[in-house]
Design a protein around this ligand. Structure first.
Ligand SMILES: *[C@@H]1O[C@H](CO)[C@@H](O)[C@H](O)[C@H]1NC(C)=O
Ligand SMILES: *[C@@H]1O[C@H](CO)[C@@H](O)[C@H](O)[C@H]1NC(C)=O
Ligand SMILES: *[C@@H]1O[C@H](CO)[C@@H](O)[C@H](O)[C@H]1NC(C)=O
Ligand SMILES: *[C@@H]1O[C@H](CO)[C@@H](O)[C@H](O)[C@H]1NC(C)=O
Ligand SMILES: *[C@@H]1O[C@H](CO)[C@@H](O)[C@H](O)[C@H]1NC(C)=O
Ligand SMILES: [Zn+2]
Length: 463
């Protein structure tokens, strides 16, 4: 098992595994019927275009909950009189669900019925009048929920600062299908939309999200609280939405990279961010040059969290890492740890193109993300640290090691059928990473480097 895979499951996170496995078997045995919609996938009648999400997480120790408000603009691809979207573990406030036209008059479309299917994590709104093809509508609602303590969805974690005081952190982990635990959404990778994120925080904390902060305003009627308003995102999948609210501090690299890269961590570990900054700045410019496509956002934040489900997660513009995968002590870190941090940072930043800019339609093609990110990370690090011989070691560390797994009867193709994102564990092993990367490496060799580069550039820019 290679530690450099970005979304490796921590073996000790048994509660989550148990939840996923249990969830899977339940899903097989009973399917509730939501307005005659029995598929695990969302219908294709509606496309989300733009979300406005306002969230206020409460961290007062007594009550780790959050309140939220959602407005989502919908485009009608096929006439329909129902809206089905994903939702899990959150409660919609009674009488706050509204559907209206998206013109000046905002004519309300009365709601006949609301239904929730906890098994398929779907919420349905049945309307009195049909939504007309080609027209735009607005769906809005208010909701609340509990902050999770399992490092999935919208979660809370904590650490002890240098003088022993407990500090809380609110963070997100939405891959593969947990954005629905923070706000109701069309939680499928191909249902891309833009997002306006607004986060309420206490004044002594800092909020960061995918996009840069625009303004901060007081929360009316709540002393000590402010709203942070973030810039509208690019068109993106729900699993890449992210934010972190903490008392973290950051370091950035002056001059180089025009200050777009920051590494955030607890104050007492700030001096361990040097390597991540160096590799991050190198990798961003290296990929821009190699793919011939500029990194499309104005900033990149990388954050080291005390607790995460995966070693790292490539959220667009806000990559989250487990502290041990991001931080490294210049004096005491081993060569292999420096190698791990370098490859991991290069892997997550490669995803900003492979996965974030160009995304698979469905989870069965996960290898397109992981194979390319794994392979491109070795190419980037080989350029930065040629004496490490990382491309030479590839044959042993990736190709031959994954053959052992691929030789088992339980192996699976790099791209195979996958109906339910909850079953993703069955295909989420070293195969999409290392076999994917090995196949891509083979392509680079028989195509030759120049043709390979041209092909990648045209693949990435055809989207
Ligand atoms: C689904 O099946 C399980 C076990 O068979 C049962 O306990 C549960 O109540 C069922 N859920 C629904 C919503 O029917
Ligand atoms: C949690 O706190 C918020 C804000 O004070 C409050 O609105 C909400 O009702 C509380 N929830 C619970 C379950 O106590
Ligand atoms: C909200 O609606 C549900 C279902 O109709 C009902 O059981 C519940 O009591 C309502 N809650 C409030 C606070 O009105
Ligand atoms: C610990 O840090 C907090 C906040 O910076 C400060 O208020 C407190 O006095 C410190 N305690 C000690 C023992 O230094
Ligand atoms: C956003 O992405 C979706 C899905 O790929 C696409 O249908 C839509 O046209 C895109 N919107 C914009 C503004 O590019
Ligand atoms: Zn990855």
């Amino acid at each position: 098992m290679s530690l450099t895979s970005c979304k490796q499951i921590i073996p000790l996170m048994l509660p989550i595994l148990a939840k996923v496995v249990f969830g899977t078997s339940q899903r097989m045995t009973n399917r509730t019927n939501i307005g005659e919609w029995t598929d695990i996938r969302l219908p294709d009648a509606l496309h989300p275009v733009h979300y406005i999400i306002k969230l206020q997480p409460f961290l007062d120790g007594r009550n780790d909950s959050f309140h939220g408000q959602l407005e989502v603009e919908l485009e009608v691809a096929k006439p329909t009189s129902r809206i089905i979207l994903n939702l899990a573990d959150i409660t919609i406030k009674n009488n706050t669900v509204k559907v209206s036209t998206l013109n000046k008059r905002r004519r309300l479309n009365p709601i006949r019925q609301q239904k929730y299917d906890p098994i398929r994590e779907m919420f349905m709104v049945q309307l009195r009048r049909r939504l007309r093809q080609g027209k735009a509508y607005l769906l809005s609602m208010q909701f609340y929920g509990k902050l999770s303590d399992t490092s999935q969805g919208l979660y809370i974690t904590s650490y002890k600062d240098y003088n022993g005081t407990e500090r809380k952190v609110v963070a997100t982990q939405f891959w593969p299908a947990d954005a629905r635990r923070a706000f109701p959404c069309f939680d499928e990778p191909s249902m891309k939309a833009t997002f306006d994120i607004h986060l309420a925080r206490e004044r002594h904390m800092t909020a960061i999200s995918n996009m840069p902060l625009i303004t901060t305003t007081p929360v009316p009627g709540q002393q000590g609280w402010v709203w942070d308003h973030f810039a509208t995102t690019v068109n993106m999948s729900t699993y890449l939405v992210a934010f972190v609210i903490s008392e973290y501090k950051f370091r950035d690299q002056e001059g180089q990279g025009k200050g777009r890269l920051k590494v955030w961590t607890r104050e007492d570990k700030l001096d361990q961010t040097e390597l991540a900054l160096e590799v991050g700045a190198f990798a961003l410019s290296f990929y821009e040059d190699y793919f011939n496509i500029p990194y499309p956002l104005r900033k990149m934040d990388m954050v080291g969290l005390p607790e995460t489900t995966f070693l790292a997660m490539e959220n667009w513009g806000l990559v989250t890492y487990r502290e041990s995968g991001l931080l490294s002590d210049t004096e005491t870190s081993s060569a292999s740890h420096r190698n791990l941090v370098s490859e991991l940072v290069a892997h997550e930043l490669a995803h900003q193109w492979f996965g974030n800019l160009v995304t698979f339609k469905w989870w069965n093609d996960l290898w397109l993300n992981e194979g390319f990110a794994t392979y491109m990370a070795t190419v980037a690090i080989d350029k930065k640290e040629p004496e490490w011989g990382i491309l030479d070691k590839f044959v042993v560390s990736r190709l031959q090691s994954v053959m052992a797994l691929d030789a088992l009867k339980s192996s699976h193709p790099i791209s195979g059928p996958l109906e339910n994102p909850a079953d993703i564990d069955e295909v989420f092993d070293e195969i999409p990473y290392s076999k994917g990367a090995s196949v891509i490496r083979m392509m680079r060799h028989f195509l030759t480097e120049d043709t390979f580069k041209k092909g990648l550039s045209s693949y990435l820019s055809s989207m």
